[in-house]
Design a protein around this ligand. Structure first.
Ligand SMILES: [Zn+2]
Length: 140
């Protein structure tokens, strides 16, 4: 405890403060970090925007770890899952659903194609809009 008796070499201002009933107390560490504070509203706004600052941080972190997907601040608004591609920042589930809707293939059928290509050790070449593509199975 620091008493109210102070040495004469303290400034007059402090002496006056104590004389007038002021108390000098030791600083208390509250373990609160209030700088760089991210409130609930910011998180909510961030959830609406996949390119938000918070999501960008998470995406960059995942990229540095060599991950292909990352978990954004909030789940996807349209499908409710939370996994985004690090490369394109597209929701993976939405992307899968889009692919399924386009081909009319279910995920099960697509997986069957994957197993087929893997078993045969083959890849399929095809052309679309004058551009050559290759369909192959890779180890994740
Ligand atoms: Zn989605």
């Amino acid at each position: 405890m620091i008493g109210t008796q102070i040495k004469p070499d303290y400034s007059d201002k402090i002496a006056e403060f104590v004389k007038n009933g002021g108390e000098i107390k030791q600083a208390v560490n509250t373990n609160k970090a209030e700088f760089n504070y991210c409130n609930a509203d910011t998180v909510l706004q961030s959830a609406e925007r996949p390119n938000s600052h918070q999501n960008h941080i998470l995406r960059t972190r995942a990229e540095k770890q060599g991950l292909k997907s990352y978990k954004p601040v909030a789940a996807c608004k349209s499908c409710g899952t939370s996994e985004r591609s690090v490369k394109s920042n597209i929701c993976l589930e939405c992307d899968r659903r889009r692919a399924r809707a386009k081909t009319g293939l279910s995920l099960k059928n697509l997986e069957a194609v994957g197993h087929y290509l893997l078993d045969k050790g083959e890849s399929v070449e095809f052309t679309n809009g004058g551009q050559k593509y290759v369909l192959k199975v890779e180890v994740a």
